[in-house]
Design a protein around this ligand. Sequence first.
Ligand SMILES: [Zn+2]
Ligand SMILES: [Zn+2]
Length: 142
Amino acid sequence: MTSEHEAILRAASLRVTRPRLAVLAALHDHPHVDTDTVIHLVRTEHPAVSHQAVYDVLRALTDAGIVRRIQPMGATARYETRVGDNHHHIVCRGCGAIADVACAVGHAPCLSASEDHGFVVDEAEVVYWGTCPECAAERNSH
Ligand SMILES: [Zn+2]
Ligand SMILES: [Zn+2]
């Protein structure tokens, strides 16, 4: 896995560094986590990596398109390594859990706005909101 992440960094013309590999590994294993969780995950394995280094790495990887930043309304930003497929997310209103939702209509999904106002549309951001199974079970038990 490390060598795969090294190749991803090199392909984006980014230097391969331990903090960058650590952040990629953390996000690969734990998709859709927020910055604090990334810091915790990275520092558990690499105590020498500073908070600031993790912030810097997240910004560099996001800018390079290696990491996708998602920010559901009213929630903290989350990060994931699944990029380039324009998948959508379903978010629990109760606990903030996030899951991936594949596009429903194949390639170049959701790009046909019913009214484009003359804009050239290149991306559609869709967030499904609901209640996750854990929160639903919790609710039913009360
Ligand atoms: Zn929930
Ligand atoms: Zn995702």
